[in-house]
Design a protein around this ligand. Structure first.
Ligand SMILES: Cc1ncc(COP(=O)(O)O)c(C=O)c1O
Length: 445
Protein backbone atom coordinates (compact mmCIF):
# COMPACT_ATOMS: atom_id res chain seq x y z
CA UNK A 1 0.00 0.00 0.00
CA UNK A 2 1.38 3.39 -0.90
CA UNK A 3 1.85 5.99 1.82
CA UNK A 4 -0.95 8.52 2.33
CA UNK A 5 1.47 11.27 1.37
CA UNK A 6 1.74 9.77 -2.09
CA UNK A 7 -1.95 10.26 -2.71
CA UNK A 8 -2.65 13.52 -0.88
CA UNK A 9 -1.98 16.95 -2.36
CA UNK A 10 1.50 17.86 -1.22
CA UNK A 11 0.59 21.47 -0.70
CA UNK A 12 -1.38 20.56 2.44
CA UNK A 13 1.22 21.69 4.93
CA UNK A 14 -0.81 20.24 7.81
CA UNK A 15 0.24 16.76 6.65
CA UNK A 16 3.85 17.67 7.19
CA UNK A 17 3.85 19.53 10.49
CA UNK A 18 4.88 16.67 12.75
CA UNK A 19 8.38 15.99 11.46
CA UNK A 20 10.84 18.75 12.40
CA UNK A 21 13.25 18.32 9.54
CA UNK A 22 16.99 18.51 10.22
CA UNK A 23 19.13 21.24 8.66
CA UNK A 24 16.11 22.35 6.65
CA UNK A 25 14.17 25.58 6.27
CA UNK A 26 11.04 23.74 7.39
CA UNK A 27 8.46 26.33 6.38
CA UNK A 28 10.04 26.83 2.98
CA UNK A 29 10.23 23.08 2.37
CA UNK A 30 6.68 22.40 3.52
CA UNK A 31 5.32 25.10 1.22
CA UNK A 32 6.62 23.11 -1.77
CA UNK A 33 7.91 19.71 -0.66
CA UNK A 34 10.44 17.66 -2.55
CA UNK A 35 9.28 14.21 -1.59
CA UNK A 36 11.19 11.11 -2.64
CA UNK A 37 9.55 7.73 -2.83
CA UNK A 38 11.93 5.12 -4.25
CA UNK A 39 15.49 4.73 -5.49
CA UNK A 40 17.27 2.45 -7.91
CA UNK A 41 20.75 2.70 -9.37
CA UNK A 42 21.53 6.36 -10.03
CA UNK A 43 17.97 7.61 -9.76
CA UNK A 44 15.38 8.59 -7.21
CA UNK A 45 11.71 8.66 -8.08
CA UNK A 46 9.57 11.23 -6.32
CA UNK A 47 5.99 10.80 -5.11
CA UNK A 48 4.72 12.22 -8.39
CA UNK A 49 6.63 9.57 -10.31
CA UNK A 50 9.33 11.92 -11.66
CA UNK A 51 12.85 10.54 -12.11
CA UNK A 52 15.62 12.47 -10.38
CA UNK A 53 19.26 11.81 -11.13
CA UNK A 54 21.15 11.53 -7.84
CA UNK A 55 24.04 13.97 -8.07
CA UNK A 56 24.86 13.69 -4.37
CA UNK A 57 24.81 9.96 -3.52
CA UNK A 58 21.90 10.80 -1.24
CA UNK A 59 23.82 12.80 1.34
CA UNK A 60 27.35 11.63 0.41
CA UNK A 61 26.28 8.12 1.42
CA UNK A 62 25.27 5.83 -1.43
CA UNK A 63 28.61 5.37 -3.14
CA UNK A 64 27.52 2.08 -4.72
CA UNK A 65 24.26 3.55 -6.02
CA UNK A 66 20.79 2.72 -4.79
CA UNK A 67 18.84 -0.46 -4.36
CA UNK A 68 21.79 -2.83 -4.02
CA UNK A 69 20.17 -6.22 -3.56
CA UNK A 70 23.17 -7.74 -1.78
CA UNK A 71 22.86 -5.19 1.02
CA UNK A 72 19.11 -5.63 1.30
CA UNK A 73 19.50 -9.39 1.46
CA UNK A 74 22.29 -9.26 4.05
CA UNK A 75 20.18 -6.94 6.23
CA UNK A 76 17.10 -9.09 5.89
CA UNK A 77 19.02 -12.31 6.65
CA UNK A 78 20.62 -10.76 9.71
CA UNK A 79 17.38 -9.36 11.14
CA UNK A 80 15.86 -12.80 10.89
CA UNK A 81 18.87 -14.54 12.40
CA UNK A 82 19.61 -12.12 15.24
CA UNK A 83 18.02 -8.69 15.35
CA UNK A 84 20.08 -7.27 18.17
CA UNK A 85 22.86 -8.33 20.48
CA UNK A 86 24.59 -6.19 23.08
CA UNK A 87 28.29 -5.50 22.71
CA UNK A 88 28.76 -4.38 26.30
CA UNK A 89 30.39 -7.38 28.00
CA UNK A 90 28.97 -9.60 25.22
CA UNK A 91 29.99 -10.18 21.64
CA UNK A 92 28.88 -11.51 18.31
CA UNK A 93 31.11 -12.25 15.31
CA UNK A 94 30.10 -9.53 12.84
CA UNK A 95 31.81 -6.41 14.25
CA UNK A 96 35.02 -8.39 14.78
CA UNK A 97 34.91 -9.48 11.15
CA UNK A 98 34.07 -5.95 10.04
CA UNK A 99 36.99 -4.49 12.02
CA UNK A 100 39.33 -6.86 10.18
CA UNK A 101 37.86 -6.04 6.80
CA UNK A 102 38.19 -2.31 7.44
CA UNK A 103 41.83 -2.74 8.51
CA UNK A 104 42.49 -4.38 5.12
CA UNK A 105 41.49 -1.26 3.21
CA UNK A 106 42.59 1.39 5.73
CA UNK A 107 46.05 2.99 5.71
CA UNK A 108 48.67 0.68 7.23
CA UNK A 109 48.61 0.73 11.02
CA UNK A 110 44.98 1.83 11.42
CA UNK A 111 43.85 -1.63 12.35
CA UNK A 112 41.54 -1.04 15.30
CA UNK A 113 37.88 -0.01 15.05
CA UNK A 114 35.43 1.47 17.53
CA UNK A 115 31.88 1.35 16.16
CA UNK A 116 29.29 4.11 16.40
CA UNK A 117 26.03 4.99 14.63
CA UNK A 118 26.89 8.20 12.82
CA UNK A 119 29.60 10.61 11.82
CA UNK A 120 28.85 12.86 14.77
CA UNK A 121 29.29 10.01 17.21
CA UNK A 122 32.49 8.95 15.46
CA UNK A 123 33.92 12.44 15.91
CA UNK A 124 33.03 12.67 19.59
CA UNK A 125 34.42 9.18 20.10
CA UNK A 126 37.73 10.05 18.42
CA UNK A 127 38.09 13.19 20.54
CA UNK A 128 37.44 11.19 23.70
CA UNK A 129 39.94 8.51 22.68
CA UNK A 130 42.54 11.24 22.13
CA UNK A 131 42.02 12.57 25.66
CA UNK A 132 41.97 9.10 27.19
CA UNK A 133 45.13 8.09 25.32
CA UNK A 134 47.19 11.01 26.59
CA UNK A 135 45.89 10.53 30.12
CA UNK A 136 46.79 6.84 30.05
CA UNK A 137 50.34 7.76 29.06
CA UNK A 138 50.72 10.20 31.92
CA UNK A 139 50.19 13.27 29.73
CA UNK A 140 46.83 14.26 31.15
CA UNK A 141 47.55 17.95 30.64
CA UNK A 142 46.91 17.43 26.92
CA UNK A 143 43.26 18.55 26.89
CA UNK A 144 43.13 21.08 24.05
CA UNK A 145 41.43 20.07 20.81
CA UNK A 146 42.19 21.91 17.60
CA UNK A 147 39.79 22.07 14.67
CA UNK A 148 39.67 24.33 11.65
CA UNK A 149 37.54 27.22 10.44
CA UNK A 150 34.75 26.01 8.13
CA UNK A 151 35.27 22.44 9.34
CA UNK A 152 32.18 20.29 9.76
CA UNK A 153 32.36 17.46 12.26
CA UNK A 154 28.72 16.74 12.92
CA UNK A 155 26.43 18.04 15.59
CA UNK A 156 27.56 16.57 18.91
CA UNK A 157 28.97 19.04 21.40
CA UNK A 158 32.48 17.83 20.60
CA UNK A 159 31.89 18.10 16.88
CA UNK A 160 30.41 21.59 16.94
CA UNK A 161 33.21 22.76 19.22
CA UNK A 162 36.03 21.68 16.91
CA UNK A 163 33.85 22.49 13.90
CA UNK A 164 34.17 25.89 12.35
CA UNK A 165 30.82 26.63 10.74
CA UNK A 166 29.42 29.62 12.60
CA UNK A 167 25.70 28.80 12.33
CA UNK A 168 26.23 25.36 13.81
CA UNK A 169 27.94 26.78 16.93
CA UNK A 170 26.43 30.15 17.62
CA UNK A 171 23.26 29.10 19.42
CA UNK A 172 24.92 26.51 21.62
CA UNK A 173 27.46 26.01 24.34
CA UNK A 174 30.78 24.71 23.05
CA UNK A 175 33.67 23.01 24.82
CA UNK A 176 36.13 25.37 26.47
CA UNK A 177 39.42 23.70 25.48
CA UNK A 178 39.29 24.30 21.75
CA UNK A 179 41.13 26.38 19.17
CA UNK A 180 41.04 26.54 15.39
CA UNK A 181 43.36 26.63 12.41
CA UNK A 182 42.53 28.97 9.53
CA UNK A 183 40.64 27.47 6.59
CA UNK A 184 42.31 27.05 3.22
CA UNK A 185 39.69 28.50 0.87
CA UNK A 186 41.52 31.13 -1.19
CA UNK A 187 39.56 32.25 -4.24
CA UNK A 188 42.01 35.00 -5.05
CA UNK A 189 44.93 32.69 -5.56
CA UNK A 190 43.31 29.34 -6.33
CA UNK A 191 40.05 29.93 -8.24
CA UNK A 192 39.41 27.47 -11.09
CA UNK A 193 42.41 25.33 -10.17
CA UNK A 194 42.22 21.85 -11.65
CA UNK A 195 43.10 19.33 -8.96
CA UNK A 196 44.58 20.37 -5.63
CA UNK A 197 45.25 24.10 -5.25
CA UNK A 198 48.86 25.18 -5.52
CA UNK A 199 48.66 27.88 -2.85
CA UNK A 200 48.03 27.64 0.86
CA UNK A 201 50.21 24.88 2.33
CA UNK A 202 51.68 27.53 4.60
CA UNK A 203 48.32 27.75 6.43
CA UNK A 204 49.38 24.57 8.21
CA UNK A 205 52.19 26.55 9.85
CA UNK A 206 49.55 28.28 11.95
CA UNK A 207 49.61 25.12 14.03
CA UNK A 208 53.12 26.03 15.17
CA UNK A 209 51.73 29.33 16.42
CA UNK A 210 49.01 27.52 18.38
CA UNK A 211 51.68 25.26 19.84
CA UNK A 212 53.63 28.31 20.93
CA UNK A 213 50.49 29.92 22.33
CA UNK A 214 49.10 26.95 24.25
CA UNK A 215 52.15 24.70 24.72
CA UNK A 216 52.44 21.31 23.04
CA UNK A 217 52.09 19.67 26.44
CA UNK A 218 48.50 20.96 26.57
CA UNK A 219 47.36 19.93 23.08
CA UNK A 220 45.68 16.56 22.57
CA UNK A 221 44.69 16.45 18.93
CA UNK A 222 44.11 18.21 15.66
CA UNK A 223 41.04 17.20 13.68
CA UNK A 224 40.46 18.16 10.05
CA UNK A 225 38.52 16.89 7.10
CA UNK A 226 41.19 16.09 4.51
CA UNK A 227 38.78 17.79 2.11
CA UNK A 228 36.06 19.93 3.69
CA UNK A 229 32.80 18.65 2.27
CA UNK A 230 29.91 20.39 3.96
CA UNK A 231 31.52 23.82 3.78
CA UNK A 232 31.52 23.50 0.00
CA UNK A 233 34.29 21.18 -1.18
CA UNK A 234 37.43 22.93 0.01
CA UNK A 235 40.44 20.99 -1.20
CA UNK A 236 43.72 20.73 0.69
CA UNK A 237 46.48 22.79 -0.92
CA UNK A 238 49.38 20.74 -2.23
CA UNK A 239 51.62 19.82 0.73
CA UNK A 240 49.19 21.10 3.40
CA UNK A 241 48.23 17.75 4.92
CA UNK A 242 51.87 16.65 4.90
CA UNK A 243 52.84 19.72 6.90
CA UNK A 244 50.08 19.13 9.41
CA UNK A 245 51.37 15.59 9.82
CA UNK A 246 54.95 16.75 10.34
CA UNK A 247 54.02 19.36 12.91
CA UNK A 248 51.63 17.14 14.87
CA UNK A 249 54.19 14.34 14.95
CA UNK A 250 56.96 16.67 16.08
CA UNK A 251 54.88 17.79 19.06
CA UNK A 252 53.25 14.50 20.07
CA UNK A 253 49.81 15.76 18.98
CA UNK A 254 47.40 13.24 17.51
CA UNK A 255 46.13 13.88 13.99
CA UNK A 256 42.54 12.89 13.24
CA UNK A 257 41.17 12.86 9.71
CA UNK A 258 37.42 13.14 9.54
CA UNK A 259 36.75 10.94 6.51
CA UNK A 260 32.99 10.72 6.92
CA UNK A 261 32.62 12.14 3.40
CA UNK A 262 35.97 11.34 1.81
CA UNK A 263 35.98 7.68 2.86
CA UNK A 264 35.04 4.75 0.66
CA UNK A 265 36.27 5.86 -2.71
CA UNK A 266 34.94 9.40 -2.98
CA UNK A 267 38.31 10.96 -3.83
CA UNK A 268 39.75 8.07 -5.84
CA UNK A 269 41.21 5.79 -3.16
CA UNK A 270 39.61 3.95 -0.27
CA UNK A 271 40.39 6.96 1.93
CA UNK A 272 41.71 10.46 1.32
CA UNK A 273 44.63 9.53 3.58
CA UNK A 274 45.81 7.15 0.88
CA UNK A 275 44.98 9.40 -2.05
CA UNK A 276 47.04 12.23 -0.59
CA UNK A 277 49.68 10.08 1.09
CA UNK A 278 49.27 11.16 4.71
CA UNK A 279 48.42 8.69 7.47
CA UNK A 280 46.67 10.16 10.51
CA UNK A 281 46.48 8.51 13.93
CA UNK A 282 42.71 8.15 13.73
CA UNK A 283 40.04 8.38 11.06
CA UNK A 284 36.34 8.92 11.58
CA UNK A 285 34.02 7.25 9.08
CA UNK A 286 30.26 6.72 8.53
CA UNK A 287 27.93 7.30 5.54
CA UNK A 288 29.52 5.12 2.79
CA UNK A 289 30.38 2.46 5.36
CA UNK A 290 26.95 0.90 4.81
CA UNK A 291 26.18 2.67 1.53
CA UNK A 292 23.79 4.73 3.67
CA UNK A 293 21.45 1.76 4.06
CA UNK A 294 21.70 1.42 7.84
CA UNK A 295 23.15 4.05 10.19
CA UNK A 296 26.69 3.14 11.21
CA UNK A 297 29.97 4.90 11.87
CA UNK A 298 33.38 4.04 13.24
CA UNK A 299 36.68 5.37 14.43
CA UNK A 300 39.63 3.59 12.85
CA UNK A 301 42.76 4.02 14.88
CA UNK A 302 46.36 3.10 15.17
CA UNK A 303 46.84 0.07 17.37
CA UNK A 304 49.33 1.92 19.56
CA UNK A 305 46.51 4.18 20.73
CA UNK A 306 44.45 1.24 21.87
CA UNK A 307 47.51 -0.48 23.35
CA UNK A 308 48.19 2.54 25.55
CA UNK A 309 44.93 1.87 27.36
CA UNK A 310 45.31 -1.91 27.69
CA UNK A 311 46.92 -1.77 31.11
CA UNK A 312 45.83 -2.29 34.68
CA UNK A 313 43.76 -5.15 36.07
CA UNK A 314 42.08 -7.34 33.46
CA UNK A 315 38.64 -6.77 34.93
CA UNK A 316 38.92 -3.02 34.42
CA UNK A 317 36.99 -1.36 31.57
CA UNK A 318 39.68 0.42 29.56
CA UNK A 319 37.53 3.07 27.85
CA UNK A 320 34.39 4.32 29.53
CA UNK A 321 32.54 4.96 26.31
CA UNK A 322 30.15 3.16 23.97
CA UNK A 323 26.73 3.15 22.39
CA UNK A 324 23.90 0.64 22.80
CA UNK A 325 24.13 0.08 19.06
CA UNK A 326 27.96 -0.05 18.72
CA UNK A 327 28.61 -2.91 16.31
CA UNK A 328 24.89 -3.51 15.74
CA UNK A 329 24.49 -6.85 13.94
CA UNK A 330 22.23 -5.53 11.20
CA UNK A 331 24.43 -2.50 10.53
CA UNK A 332 27.54 -4.69 10.52
CA UNK A 333 25.89 -7.05 8.05
CA UNK A 334 25.06 -4.09 5.82
CA UNK A 335 28.65 -2.83 6.05
CA UNK A 336 30.15 -6.21 5.18
CA UNK A 337 27.87 -6.53 2.15
CA UNK A 338 28.77 -2.97 1.14
CA UNK A 339 32.50 -3.65 1.37
CA UNK A 340 31.99 -6.74 -0.80
CA UNK A 341 30.38 -4.58 -3.49
CA UNK A 342 33.02 -1.85 -3.28
CA UNK A 343 35.80 -4.37 -3.65
CA UNK A 344 34.19 -6.63 -6.25
CA UNK A 345 33.15 -3.70 -8.47
CA UNK A 346 36.39 -1.74 -8.04
CA UNK A 347 34.48 1.24 -6.66
CA UNK A 348 37.16 2.34 -4.21
CA UNK A 349 39.32 3.51 -7.11
CA UNK A 350 36.68 4.24 -9.74
CA UNK A 351 36.61 7.95 -8.95
CA UNK A 352 40.28 8.15 -9.96
CA UNK A 353 39.42 6.63 -13.34
CA UNK A 354 36.59 9.08 -14.02
CA UNK A 355 38.27 12.07 -12.45
CA UNK A 356 39.62 13.65 -15.65
CA UNK A 357 36.31 13.36 -17.47
CA UNK A 358 34.43 14.69 -14.44
CA UNK A 359 36.81 17.60 -14.00
CA UNK A 360 36.74 18.53 -17.67
CA UNK A 361 32.94 18.44 -17.72
CA UNK A 362 32.61 20.49 -14.56
CA UNK A 363 35.01 23.14 -15.77
CA UNK A 364 32.78 23.53 -18.82
CA UNK A 365 30.52 25.58 -16.53
CA UNK A 366 33.28 28.12 -15.89
CA UNK A 367 31.99 30.84 -18.20
CA UNK A 368 28.41 30.85 -16.91
CA UNK A 369 26.96 33.86 -15.09
CA UNK A 370 27.95 34.27 -11.44
CA UNK A 371 30.32 31.29 -11.39
CA UNK A 372 33.35 32.44 -9.40
CA UNK A 373 35.12 29.12 -8.80
CA UNK A 374 34.99 25.45 -9.70
CA UNK A 375 36.67 22.83 -7.54
CA UNK A 376 36.92 19.11 -8.01
CA UNK A 377 38.77 15.97 -7.09
CA UNK A 378 37.85 12.31 -7.51
CA UNK A 379 34.09 12.24 -8.01
CA UNK A 380 33.32 15.30 -5.97
CA UNK A 381 32.91 18.83 -7.21
CA UNK A 382 31.67 22.29 -6.39
CA UNK A 383 30.44 25.21 -8.42
CA UNK A 384 30.87 28.33 -6.36
CA UNK A 385 28.44 31.12 -7.21
CA UNK A 386 28.77 34.78 -6.29
CA UNK A 387 26.43 35.75 -3.47
CA UNK A 388 23.76 38.35 -4.05
CA UNK A 389 24.20 41.58 -2.12
CA UNK A 390 22.44 41.27 1.23
CA UNK A 391 20.97 37.89 0.35
CA UNK A 392 23.68 35.25 0.72
CA UNK A 393 22.53 31.72 -0.02
CA UNK A 394 19.48 32.67 -2.11
CA UNK A 395 21.14 32.16 -5.47
CA UNK A 396 22.51 28.75 -4.47
CA UNK A 397 19.11 27.69 -3.18
CA UNK A 398 17.38 28.73 -6.36
CA UNK A 399 19.84 26.78 -8.47
CA UNK A 400 19.36 23.75 -6.22
CA UNK A 401 15.57 23.99 -6.51
CA UNK A 402 15.64 24.55 -10.23
CA UNK A 403 17.85 21.45 -10.64
CA UNK A 404 15.46 19.38 -8.58
CA UNK A 405 12.37 20.25 -10.60
CA UNK A 406 14.44 19.61 -13.72
CA UNK A 407 15.32 16.09 -12.52
CA UNK A 408 18.68 16.46 -10.76
CA UNK A 409 19.55 16.35 -7.08
CA UNK A 410 22.47 18.58 -6.04
CA UNK A 411 23.44 20.03 -2.64
CA UNK A 412 23.64 23.69 -1.87
CA UNK A 413 25.74 25.10 0.92
CA UNK A 414 25.09 28.79 0.85
CA UNK A 415 25.89 29.73 -2.72
CA UNK A 416 28.06 26.71 -3.38
CA UNK A 417 26.58 23.83 -5.36
CA UNK A 418 28.20 20.56 -4.31
CA UNK A 419 28.16 17.38 -6.36
CA UNK A 420 29.10 13.85 -5.28
CA UNK A 421 27.31 11.30 -7.47
CA UNK A 422 27.33 7.58 -6.78
CA UNK A 423 30.65 6.06 -7.85
CA UNK A 424 28.74 3.84 -10.27
CA UNK A 425 28.03 6.83 -12.51
CA UNK A 426 28.71 6.61 -16.26
CA UNK A 427 29.91 9.37 -18.57
CA UNK A 428 26.47 10.04 -20.03
CA UNK A 429 25.16 10.76 -16.54
CA UNK A 430 28.03 13.14 -15.91
CA UNK A 431 26.98 14.96 -19.09
CA UNK A 432 23.38 15.06 -17.90
CA UNK A 433 24.39 16.52 -14.53
CA UNK A 434 26.41 19.24 -16.20
CA UNK A 435 23.65 20.09 -18.71
CA UNK A 436 20.96 20.31 -16.05
CA UNK A 437 23.11 22.29 -13.65
CA UNK A 438 24.21 24.60 -16.45
CA UNK A 439 20.57 25.28 -17.38
CA UNK A 440 19.72 26.03 -13.76
CA UNK A 441 22.63 28.45 -13.39
CA UNK A 442 21.63 30.23 -16.57
CA UNK A 443 18.02 30.50 -15.48
CA UNK A 444 19.01 32.00 -12.12
CA UNK A 445 19.83 35.68 -12.28
C1 LIG B 1 33.07 15.39 7.73
C2 LIG B 1 31.83 15.06 8.48
N1 LIG B 1 31.93 14.68 9.75
C3 LIG B 1 30.84 14.35 10.47
C4 LIG B 1 29.60 14.39 9.91
C5 LIG B 1 28.39 14.05 10.72
O1 LIG B 1 27.85 12.86 10.33
P1 LIG B 1 26.37 12.46 10.81
O2 LIG B 1 25.44 13.40 10.12
O3 LIG B 1 26.26 11.04 10.35
O4 LIG B 1 26.34 12.59 12.28
C6 LIG B 1 29.45 14.76 8.56
C7 LIG B 1 28.13 14.80 7.94
O5 LIG B 1 27.95 15.27 6.84
C8 LIG B 1 30.59 15.11 7.84
O6 LIG B 1 30.52 15.52 6.58
Amino acid sequence: MSSPLATQPLSQAADLDGFWMPFTANRQFKARPRMLQSAEGLFYTDVQGREILDGTAGLWCCNAGHGRREIAEAVSRQISQMDFAPTFQMGHPLPFELAERLAEIAPAGLNRAFFTNSGSESVDTALKIALAYHRARGEGSRRLLIGRELGYHGVGFGGISVGGIANNRRAYTTLPNVDHLPHTLDLQRNAFTRGLPAHGAEQAEHLERLVTLHGAENIAAVIVEPMSGSAGVILPPVGYLQRLREITRRHGILLIFDEVITGFGRVGAAFAAQRWGVTPDMMTIAKGLTNGAIPMGAVLLDETLQDALMHGPQNQIELFHGYTYSGHPVAAAAALATLDIYQRDGLLTRAAELEDYWQQALHGLAGLPNVIDIRSTGLVGAVHLASRDNAPGTRGYEVFESCFWDGLMVRCTGDIIALSPPLTIERQHVDRIIETLGRAIQRTS
